[in-house]
Design a protein around this ligand. Sequence first.
Ligand code: COA
Length: 267
Amino acid sequence: MLSPFLTSDIDPFLTMASTEGWLCGKWEMEFLLQTFPQGCLVKRSGSETLGYITSLRHDKSGWIGNLLVAPQARRGGIGTELMQGAIHALLDAGVETVWLTASAKGVELYRRLGFTAIDSINRWVGEGSGGTGWSPFSPWDPEMVRHVDCAGWGDRREALLHVTSGRGHVICDNYSFVCIQPWPQGTQLGPWGTLLEGQAAPLLDLALAAAGTPVFLDVPAGNVAAAVLLSRKGFSIKGSNTLMYLGVRPKYSPQKVFALASMGSMG
Ligand SMILES: CC(C)(COP(=O)(O)OP(=O)(O)OC[C@H]1O[C@@H](n2cnc3c(N)ncnc32)[C@H](O)[C@@H]1OP(=O)(O)O)[C@@H](O)C(=O)NCCC(=O)NCCS
């Protein structure tokens, strides 16, 4: 049987996640537990917590992340049980499509549960030239951001856009935007979307002028223009995961998605 993921589970989860090298913040876990608590679950055995999972409902879609089983408890079915719990919570809430990004260890598990690969997500790392010189209060248009994001992902993702833009700085242009999110480890670019390919380059220049080094972002491999742009700026790929979905095939347009909003865990 699975149990609810409690606030008191966050610190032990983050400790285990850091041994996997995951980039994951306390703010993110608090947001997930507040926004979709029924999809955030743990597996306990006595006083021990052996596994964790989170999920987030967008509108017609949901996203599963942070599946983590204690090393000594792996290959015993806990990962599968946690996945089934999160999938049920999302389907019960009415979502048609469930997304996730899969590490090499996770791909087979997800495939067995019915997930299909639709793209790869590359983690690009490079350098910024700024740091602190931007104002967090410059005007931006939340409805345009929601519209452009929806064109890429085929769904409205209001809560996710709200929390990520609220902790960073959003730069907008004509039907395009990029969010700059500070982390203790550097600067994340994302969410980053545009309806017009030519808008991405000037936005990247503005973002890099404001971003502290290192700069990292998770980018769909299906967005070839993003790869060309980032390579030109000296960025390189440091890792890759598989983007998978379950259920109704999403209206996904990777050429409009230049970076994910989260480091894989929320979309
Ligand atoms: C991936 C992970 C969650 C799997 O948890 P688990 O409890 O071991 O999963 P299960 O026991 O339910 O495994 C189900 C199936 O997944 C596949 N699988 C699990 N671990 C695997 C691994 N290390 N390599 C390849 N396939 C693996 C196998 O097909 C397995 O079935 P089998 O044991 O009958 O061969 C766990 O290894 C983990 O926490 N890894 C580190 C974090 C991580 O990579 N999380 C996934 C992020 S996408």
